[in-house]
Design a protein around this ligand. Structure first.
Ligand SMILES: Cc1cc2nc3c(=O)[nH]c(=O)nc-3n(C[C@H](O)[C@H](O)[C@H](O)COP(=O)(O)OP(=O)(O)OC[C@H]3O[C@@H](n4cnc5c(N)ncnc54)[C@H](O)[C@@H]3O)c2cc1C
Length: 459
C-alpha cells in the first residue's frame, strides 16, 4: 500500500518503500533517528536491504525535492560513526543500510571477500578470523564499512597493510539516477577511482569486493594474531618524547603500527598512552621492538598480550543516541617536527581539548602512487588529531591550524569540520579536486549527495 507522509506535501511513498519506512510516530523511531554524534529529527527513515530499495529511495527523494522545490535533506547511514555527523538530519530522509551487512568469502586462498557496506568493521573481523584473513580498518569495531571504506581507512595495521581503500578491487555503486553500477579497474574506472577516498559524493556504495591480508602465525593457539603492547609514560618534555617515539616507530619493521594519546595533567606533565600493535605472532624482532619502546621515557605502567585481531576490534554494538559529544580535527604530516610539536603544546593548554592523538602511519601506504586514488597524502608518515568538546566547536576550529601550516592536509573521515575550506584540504591537490568535480558533475549534476563532504556544495 502506498503511504502518505503526514504533515507534508511530499509524494506518496511507493509500495516498495512503505514496508521498510519508519516515521516519527513509529515505536522504532527513537532507536533509528540518531547516529553516534547527534540526535536526528528526520521525517522518514528508510531501512533498505536490497539495491533495488536503495534505487527506489533515490528516486523517491528526487521526486520529493522536485515536488517541494527545496533541498530536502538526504542522508546515507551505514555504521553511523561518521565524524562529519552527516548521516542523520532534521526534516529529511535517512537512508539506513545497516541491514545490508553480509560478509561473503569469495576465495579463501586469494583473500577475496565481498562485504556489504552496512556491516561493522568489528563484525567483519570476526567473520574473517577463522579464514586467517584480516582487513586493516579503524580502531573501533562499531565503525561502519560504508563511511570508512569510501574515505581512506587508517587502521590498526596501517604500516603493514596500508589504507583500507588500498584493498578494494571492485564495488556496487548506486548513483543519483537510481542505477546500480559494478565498478572496478576495467568497468567505469573513473567511478572506481572516486569511491576510494572521494567520500560519499558520487553515490551510495552498497557492496565492496576486498582483497584481505593474511597475518603470519606460528602459534597453534591463534588464527590471526596480533601482539598488543600498551604503555603509559609521564614526561614534562613533549618534543623530546614525540621525536623519540617517531624515530623508534619509523625505524621499526612495518609490522609495527603505533598510536599515542597525549594529555596534560594538572601538574603540567604530559601523559602519553601508547598502543603498539605487531602484525602476526610474537618473535625476536617484536620482542626487541617492544623492549625499545619501554626506553622511550619514564613508564607508569605497561602490559602486553597476544590476541586475535578480531578481539582487538570487537564491535560493542552500542545503540546510537548522539552520545559522543566531541569535535575532531586532524592533519596528515610528512614528519612530526619541532614546529608541529610546538603547536600541539599550545593546543593542549586549552581546557576544552580532551587530548591529542598521534599515529605513525608510514609504510605500505607510502608505496601507492598518489594518482591511484583521491587520497592525497601518500608521503605522510604521521597523523595528528585533536579531540575537543563539541560545545567548543568554534574555538576548536580556530586553534587547530596545523593543516594550514605544517600539515599536508586533512583526512576527511576523521574531521567534524564540513566547511568548504576544510574540504579543499581533504583533497589539496588541484588535479584531484578537478577530477572529482568532473566525475560528480557528470554523475550527480543536481547534487543529490550533498549532506557529507561535497566539493560542489558550499557550507
Ligand atoms: C570512535 C571512532 C573511532 C574511529 N577510528 C577510526 C580509525 O581508526 N581509522 C579511520 O580511518 N577512521 C576512524 N574513524 C572514522 C570513521 O571511520 C569515519 O568517520 C567513517 O565515516 C565512519 O563510517 P560509518 O559508516 O560508521 O559512518 P556513517 O555515519 O554511517 O557515514 C559517514 C559518512 O559516510 C557516508 N556514507 C556512509 N555509508 C556510505 C556508503 N555506503 N556509500 C557512500 N557514502 C556513505 C555518509 O553519507 C556520511 O557522510 C573513527 C570514528 C569513530 C567515531
Amino acid at each position: 500500500m502506498n503511504k502518505k507522509i503526514k504533515g507534508s506535501n511530499w509524494p506518496q511513498l511507493p509500495e516498495e518503500l512503505s514496508n521498510i519506512s519508519i516515521t516519527p510516530t513509529d515505536a522504532r523511531f527513537d532507536a533509528m533517528r540518531s547516529n553516534y554524534f547527534r540526535v536526528g529529527n528526520p521525517r522518514l527513515v528508510i531501512m533498505a536491504v536490497t539495491n533495488s530499495q536503495v534505487s527506489e529511495t533515490i528516486k523517491y527523494i528526487t521526486a520529493v525535492r522536485k515536488k517541494t522545490g527545496s533541498k530536502v535533506p538526504f542522508s546515507v547511514r551505514s555504521g553511523g560513526h561518521g565524524m562529519t555527523m552527516s548521516s542523520v538530519n532534521d526534516g529529511g530522509i535517512i537512508l539506513d543500510i545497516s541491514q545490508m551487512n553480509e560478509v561473503t568469502i569469495v576465495d579463501e586462498k586469494s583473500g577475496l571477500v565481498r562485504i556489504q557496506a552496512g556491516a561493522l568493521w568489528g563484525d567483519v573481523a570476526k567473520i574473517l578470523n577463522p579464514y586467517q584473513l584480516v582487513i586493516s580498518s579503524g580502531d573501533f569495531g562499531d565503525t561502519g564499512v560504508g563511511g570508512l571504506a569510501t574515505s581512506g581507512g587508517i587502521g590498526l595495521l596501517v604500516r603493514n597493510s596500508g589504507l583500507t581503500i588500498d584493498h578494494i578491487i571492485g564495488a556496487s555503486l548506486v548513483t543519483s539516477d537510481g542505477k546500480c553500477h559494478w565498478i572496478d579497474e576495467k568497468h567505469e574506472p573513473d567511478l572506481f577511482w572516486a569511491i576510494r577516498g572521494g567520500s560519499s559524493q558520487v553515490g551510495i556504495v552498497t557492496e565492496f569486493l576486498f582483497k584481505a591480508d593474511r597475518l603470519v602465525t606460528q602459534d597453534k593457539n591463534f588464527v590471526s594474531p596480533v601482539v598488543v603492547q600498551n604503555v603509559k609514560y609521564l614526561s614534562k618534555k613533549l618534543e623530546t618524547f614525540i621525536l623519540k617515539w617517531q624515530k623508534w616507530a619509523n625505524s621499526s619493521s612495518r609490522r609495527l603500527s603505533s598510536m599515542l594519546m597525549v594529555t596534560l595533567n594538572e601538574n603540567g606533565d604530559y601523559i602519553f598512552e601508547a598502543t603498539n600493535i605487531w602484525a602476526g605472532s610474537p618473535n625476536e624482532q617484536s620482542k626487541d621492538i617492544f623492549e625499545k619502546s619501554l626506553k622511550l621515557g619514564r613508564t607508569q605502567n605497561q602490559e602486553q598480550q597476544t590476541m586475535e585481531y578480531a578481539d582487538l576490534v570487537k564491535a560493542p554494538h552500542e545503540p546510537h543516541r548522539g552520545q559522543q559529544p566531541v569535535y575532531v580535527k586532524n592533519t596528515l604530516v610528512k614528519n612530526f617536527n619541532a614546529a608541529i610539536i610546538d603547536q600541539i603544546e599550545t593546543i593542549l593548554k586549552n581546557s576544552f581539548v580532551m587530548g591529542i592523538e598521534l599515529r605513525a602511519i608510514g609504510g605500505k601506504l607510502n608505496e601507492i602512487k598518489s594518482e591511484a586514488t583521491p587520497w592525497d597524502f601518500r608521503e605522510a608518515t604521521g597523523f595528528v588529531a585533536m579531540w575537543a568538546d563539541k560545545n567548543h566547536a568554534r574555538q576548536a576550529q580556530k586553534i587547530f591550524t596545523l593543516a594550514d601550516q605544517d600539515g599536508l592536509g586533512v583526512y576527511g573521515a576523521y574531521s567534524s569540520d564540513l566547511s568548504e575550506k576544510e574540504n579543499s584540504k581533504v583533497w589539496p591537490k588541484p588535479e584531484t579536486r578537478e577530477r572529482l568535480k568532473n566525475i560528480m558533475n557528470a554523475i550527480d549534476s543536481e547534487q543529490l549527495f550533498d549532506q557529507g563532504r561535497n566539493l560542489n556544495v558550499k557550507k
